[in-house]
Design a protein. Structure first.
Length: 173
């Protein structure tokens, strides 16, 4: 199973910091909480890849204006997108700290230049493939074993007459 989270718990060291929503000692402790959580996930055989899709201030403005002009993309906009731009430098510092404090061997951050979407997509895809490829044979073997077990259970059900479908021997290659 692959899951994708968009920022999730990192908001607790970004937005709350930039807008001074909690005391510094509170958001500073959250780096350790994030690392501990991700460590626990990794210890339970989860592969964690974190991508920071970095666009420039100018590119962000260009994309916001394009969405504003194209009514079919206006749903992607929020007035907060424009309001938050005045905090750009503060966010950059908060991201820099989050990336450096929460990039670990088990849960690395990948900083991806994202001004060009095709290039961003290529880098993310390459990282996914190179990270997951070593597991291919192991996962494939587990799937084959699982399939064989299920086929045996189905055959047993069919032979016992517990299946409303006429019992037929399964062909195996």
């Amino acid at each position: 199973m692959i899951s994708i989270f968009n920022r999730s718990h990192y908001e607790d060291v970004l937005v709350v910091r930039v807008h001074d929503l909690v005391p510094e000692k509170v958001w500073r402790r959250r780096y350790a909480a994030i690392n501990n959580f991700e460590h626990m996930l990794a210890q339970n055989d989860m592969i964690i890849l974190k991508f920071y899709l970095h666009i420039s201030f100018q590119e962000q403005e260009k994309r916001l204006l394009a969405r504003q002009e194209d009514r079919t993309k206006a749903w992607k906009l929020s007035s907060a997108d424009w309001a938050e731009r005045k905090y750009w430098d503060d966010y950059q510092q908060a991201y820099e700290d989050a990336l450096s404090k929460c990039s670990t061997y088990e849960a690395p951050w990948y900083i991806v230049p994202a001004n060009r979407k095709w290039y961003r997509n290529l880098l993310v895809a390459r990282t996914l493939v190179s990270t997951l490829r070593p597991y291919k044979k192991e996962w494939q073997a587990k799937l084959v074993k699982r399939g064989e077990q299920e086929l045996a259970r189905i055959e047993k059900l069919q032979q016992a007459g517990d299946n409303p479908v006429e019992a037929k021997p399964l062909l195996r290659s």
